[in-house]
Design a protein. Sequence first.
Length: 444
Amino acid sequence: MRLLYLFICCLPIFSIAQDAASVEKRGELSGQWRTYYMMTANKGNLKDFNALATGGKLKYQYKLFEGLEIGAALYNSTNLGLQDLTIADATTGRLSRYEEGLFDRLDLENDAVFLLGELYAKFNLKRHSFTMGRMKINTPLINPEDGRMIPTLVQGFWYKYNKQKTSLQFGILNEIAPRSTGEFYGIGESIGTYPVGRNKNGDASQYNNSTSSDYVIMGNANLEITEDLKLNIWNQFVDNIYNSFYIRPSYKLSESVQIEGEWLHQNKVGNGGNSIDSLRYFNQNTADVLGLKIGYKNKVGLVSLAYNRILPHGQFISPREWGREDLFSFQKRERSEGSADNHALVFDYKKDFTLFKDLNLMSILSIGRHWKPDSTDATLNKYAMPDYTHINLDIFFNIKKLKRLRPELLLTSKIGNSDILDNANLYFNKVDMFHLDLILNYNF
């Protein structure tokens, strides 16, 4: 609230700056208006869900002097009341999984969420930038993941360095606003605002409101070794919980073919979040994820085939509150997080084409086969996710006469492949379902 008050107090200053006559434009107002319809159809007589939200963000940036700017962005999501999402499915007793994420999933009766998600000062030099405050960052494990109304946002310090063949980043974060919530939390507090799954005994995890962590330190080096060989390295240190080291080399075999690899290694730091086993978030020693991807690009489009393997000795664990997992096998509306001894094979086809004279489309067809460990094995499968086949068709519309309007249509089907799917709790909102998103983005 104090930050919101500060933002309101600064509005007259921003207005004066906009109206003042000057050779150089100092202030810039921008934003996005988003209207989002979401629908999930579950198997048989299980409950289907619908939701309609509108809102977006309003951002103001002001250049105090050469190299220094301040900025603020207010985010909003308003529930247009298509369905009462507080009413659970009668069979499983569970609420929606996706639709509640359009709003404040911790308070579904709150029909209008407002968040001062960005409030920062940024200093730019020729090759350096320094940002302090609330901001949006994009990293492999902490990112906006803005496939809802309000993205994941962070608070802290962020540094970037850019040269022709090298870029470096370094950041320290002390608070995170998880997507689909209406406030910032301390690092430990932010973990557990999403569903917590099971512990290794098969009981509901209890790490929410019990995880101790004060900060996250992140570093990145993106290097061009040769014209064809590039290397992207990240390290994420989460105080008292775990460290994640991620390396992603890529090599261009020809003008049309590129091959990439990835390795994510995690190890426990401190007591994993709590000294008591039953309250601990990272309750293992290590975890490893390996990946390989090959892409082929020509006039027909971009085709890729990716494989990921999570080794059996530890679950890949990363707070779902902090963004999506930027792994090769990631597909919208599902994750591999929480699994060990996991295989995933994903085929993608990306194509740009003209449908009409003034309408261009970009389509992404994604087909994935995900081999999960037994859904009854809590040591390998935190969220009891069954084997499944995942099909996505994501279409982005570019209307030439309405350049600021960017609609998107996402169609998702997840088909269960396991023999144990007679238990509704194992497939409700997970597999044997159809999901649709229709998003109207107007950028200004």
